[in-house]
Design a protein around this ligand. Structure first.
Ligand SMILES: *Cc1c(COP(=O)(O)O)cnc(C)c1O
Length: 428
């Protein structure tokens, strides 16, 4: 019996439509049969290092035994239950655990099942807050080039470009501003002041814009912007869907900021990457604005799989694991390895910039005519690393490493070495 890759690829091609994929001429997908730690194994036993944590979700490594046992235990007790009118231990335990780690003003947890819906809920909370208060604040402020997901609300507050252009006329109006710098911060504040009466909220990816190409910016400037929003009564939605759970070197980007957001969004690493889950946390002030004898002030939002007990159990276990001295040491080890490696490629003529934020290391390749997601360089890099049995998924001309925390020093070295090799071999 042979379950070869090619047999699966043929079956896949007959029935599957893949995400973010031009199906006409896409490379055949690699069928994965098994994963363990930082490795993916295809059906013929070929091993790949998962250097992007399977789209930024895997935290402690694939099929981590601790998470597997906690989810298995939960599976035997309670698989799923409606979350309106009912509750369950895993959801309560996870909310208690998470709130303890977040800024002190975060008081309530609203569950969903992915990052985009966590964002939708955050936007609805802010917009309906002002609706419930009978005040006409309807506009949303966001950073240019941000990414908050693929549902309509999330798309609206994200970068407008090739991905969103078919829907451009249906996306709601958003006020976009540049990332803050020491130079432009005064101008940004003045601009916000001019329209603050109409702004319901400000949504942002803290410290690093992931999909934009791992674009980093300063905590000090963000703090200044947050302080300004606070003083203007503009709610802040901190999208930690990507940055949460150790990626930036601290448990949350919030741990690197002085100011506290009103609302926070989580998904991706929330369950250690094992199960789909999203959640939105908020302050007491937001929550209180929905308490009313008037039924119309209710937050009418929910999903069938809201607070799935298995996903909540995975998330609680993942947080337990994140807080161990061992995982914290892994995170610091990855940060230090990245920093040392970054020095060896800094100033390389083929690189425009090397950026690091904690466990995330990005290398922006210098390409004539600027960057493009569709650049041929991107495909060359993608193929080159796969040929070397490493899964990297460049964002245009930005190559990045985002490993699970269990990755060994040896495997990091293999990745670094292969990057040196790519810098030598690949041109455009
Ligand atoms: C991935 C991502 C989202 C969307 O999450 P999905 O689960 O893919 O819908 C939202 N915000 C940020 C910052 C992300 O990186």
């Amino acid at each position: 019996m042979s379950l070869t890759n090619s047999a699966y690829i043929a079956r896949d091609a007959k029935v599957i439509w893949h995400p973010y994929t031009q199906m006409l001429n896409a490379r055949p997908p690699i069928p994965i049969g098994r994963a363990e730690g930082s490795y993916l194994f295809d059906l013929e036993g070929r091993k790949y290092i998962d250097a992007v944590s399977s789209w930024w979700v895997i935290l402690h490594g694939h099929s981590h035994p601790f998470l597997v046992s906690r989810v298995t235990e939960q599976l035997k007790k309670l698989d799923q239950v409606i979350f309106a009118g009912f509750s369950h231990g895993p959801a309560i335990e996870l909310a208690e655990k998470l709130l303890q780690l977040l800024p002190a003003n975060q008081e309530k947890v609203f569950y969903t099942d992915n990052g985009s819906t966590a964002i939708e809920v955050a936007l609805k909370m802010c917009l309906q807050y002002w609706f419930n208060k009978n005040q006409p604040r309807k506009k949303i402020l966001a950073f240019r080039n941000g990414y908050h997901g693929d549902t309509f609300g999330a798309m609206s507050v994200s970068a407008r470009g090739a991905w969103t252009s078919p829907f451009a006329s249906l996306l709601f109006e958003v006020v976009f501003i540049d990332l803050p710098t020491a130079e432009n911060i005064a101008g940004l504040k003045a601009f916000i002041s001019g329209i603050s009466d109409s702004l319901a909220c400000f949504i942002y990816e803290p410290l690093i814009q992931g999909s934009a190409g791992m674009v980093t910016y300063g905590a000090m400037e963000l703090d200044q912007l947050m302080r300004h929003c606070r003083s203007s009564g503009i709610f802040m939605i901190q999208d930690e869907v990507f940055t949460g759970f150790g990626r930036t070197g601290k448990n949350f980007a919030a741990d690197q900021l002085q100011e506290q957001p009103d609302i926070m969004c989580f998904s991706k690493g929330l369950t250690g990457g094992m199960m789909p889950l999203g959640l939105t946390t908020c302050s007491q002030e937001i929550y209180t604005a929905f308490l009313s004898e008037d039924q119309l002030k209710t937050l009418f939002h929910g999903h069938s799989f809201t607070a799935n007990p298995l996903a909540c159990a995975a998330a609680a276990a993942s947080i337990d694991l994140l807080l161990t001295a061992e995982t914290q040491a892994h995170i610091q080890r990855i940060c230090a390895n990245h920093t040392a490696f970054a020095k060896t490629i800094a100033g390389h003529p083929k690189l425009k910039e090397v950026r690091q934020k904690g466990t995330i290391l990005a290398m922006e390749w210098a390409v004539p005519g600027g960057s493009s997601y569709f650049s041929n360089l991107r495909d060359q890099l993608y193929d080159f690393f796969l040929e070397h049995h490493i899964l990297m998924r460049p964002l245009g001309n930005v190559l990045y490493i985002l490993p699970p925390y269990c990755i060994s020093d040896d495997d990091l070295s293999v990745i670094y070495h292969t990057i040196h090799l790519a810098l030598e071999k690949i041109s455009w």
